[in-house]
Design a protein around this ligand. Structure first.
Ligand code: SF4
Ligand code: FES
Length: 379
């Protein structure tokens, strides 16, 4: 799962809009992808399929500097993610440094490997939130997706997180094989004492895109899931915050990906590439720059990659003249590229896109694919 920090533009104490500054926009959130190594093999992983290209990971000194540069740039929230960030021996030091800089830190983890001692050290270093992925409510089905016996260990991590007073989000990626158990999944999260539950339909990037045919829910499943999510909200809404991330292939409006390109958030990949979103590495001729070569602030403001789809000037029709263009930002550039071959096209998840029926054809065919999904692997 990935962090999706919400952010709104603030007004000053006098209640006046300070207006755009020459340094707008400033990012609020950094997704720090510390490593793409991971003991799990989830078939819906959004990491790039070419994982071995990211073996040359940034060292501790580089990450400490990236955190400094991010804070200077205005970043207030850092999401330590991956792959599995617990595989980095320096994680506690990075969390402690984020704390020194006054940044809110969130750990996005599979919970493996995560010993109680390590959790205690993270809490002591100032970790403020834990986001734990769980694959299913059904242990055997969960372990099947993870490709290892993981489920029971994850439940233990959730309980330990509560014992250390860490706010806990449980994140569950929904797909054809588990979406029918949405209510059981919600019940499990409530039982674990989660503060927040993210029920997120698979986003088709990386391994998830590769395995799309096997993962894609049918239109009937999506309609049932929508009703179940409403039932879960009515049943458990007082106990936890429930976030439902829609299946955008089945929708007729796109998601406001990243809250706009180069607007609120940025990603640093394990090799130091600074990216406007988690799937941007695949886009042709983007001119991606690396934090080993250039300060993060320069990359954010001046690089071709971050400026390429900033604002609305790049938009084609129908987005160009659409009333929603500052609401959904034309959807997702990576999805536009994956489905149409043109990263500047309107996201085909939009019903106004001339390519929308490519997605309706895919969703209509859901459930007919016989091929088994390919487990995520490093090599
Ligand atoms: Fe959004 Fe573009 Fe569709 Fe309008 S046409 S709803 S801006 S994606
Ligand atoms: Fe790249 Fe949406 S994932 S813009």
């Amino acid at each position: 799962g990935t962090g999706r920090p919400a952010g709104t533009v603030g007004f000053d104490a006098a209640g006046e809009d300070p207006g755009p500054s020459p340094r707008d926009p400033a990012p609020l959130g950094l997704l720090a992808e510390l490593t793409y190594r991971c003991p799990l093999h989830c078939t819906y992983c959004s990491n790039p399929v070419e994982l071995s290209a990211y073996r040359d990971e940034l060292g501790t000194a580089d990450w400490l500097r990236v955190l400094d540069e991010a804070r200077d740039l205005g970043v207030l929230q850092v999401h330590f993610s991956g792959g599995e960030p617990m595989l980095r021996p320096d994680l506690v030091d990075l969390v402690a440094h984020a704390r020194t800089l006054g940044m809110y830190s969130n750990l996005v983890t599979s919970g493996i490997p995560l010993s109680e001692a390590r959790l205690a050290a993270l809490a002591g270093a100032g970790l403020e939130h834990l986001q734990l992925s769980i694959q299913d409510a059904e242990p055997a089905a969960a372990d099947e997706v993870a490709g290892m016996p993981a489920h029971d260990r994850k439940l233990a991590v959730a309980r330990q997180a509560r014992a250390y007073g860490l706010p806990l989000t449980v994140n569950v990626v929904l797909h054809r094989a588990n979406v029918g158990r949405l209510l059981a999944i919600a019940e499990l999260a409530v039982g674990l004492g989660a503060d927040r539950l993210e029920l997120a339909h698979t986003q088709f990037y990386g391994w998830g895109l590769r395995n799309r045919a096997a993962l894609m829910p049918t239109p009937e499943q999506v309609a049932t899931a929508q009703r179940d999510a409403e039932t879960a909200h009515a049943r458990y809404g007082d106990a936890l915050e429930l976030v439902y991330v829609a299946a955008d292939y089945h929708a007729d409006r796109p998601k406001p990906c990243m809250s706009g390109w180069g607007a609120r958030q940025l990603v640093v990949a394990p090799n130091g590439d600074a990216l406007p979103c988690l799937a941007a590495a695949q886009l042709p001729d983007l001119g991606i720059e690396n934090v080993r070569a250039r300060p993060l602030g320069d990359i954010w403001y001046s690089s071709p990659s971050f400026n390429r789809f900033r604002g609305t000037g790049w938009m084609p029709d129908p987005c160009r003249s659409c009333a929603l263009r500052e609401i959904d930002f034309g959807g997702c550039r990576c999805q536009a590229y994956q489905v149409t071959g043109d990263p500047a096209a309107t996201d085909p998840a939009c019903g106004l896109s001339p390519h929308h029926e490519r997605l309706t054809r895919i969703t209509a065919a859901a459930g007919t694919a016989a091929a088994a999904p390919v487990p995520r692997r490093m090599a």
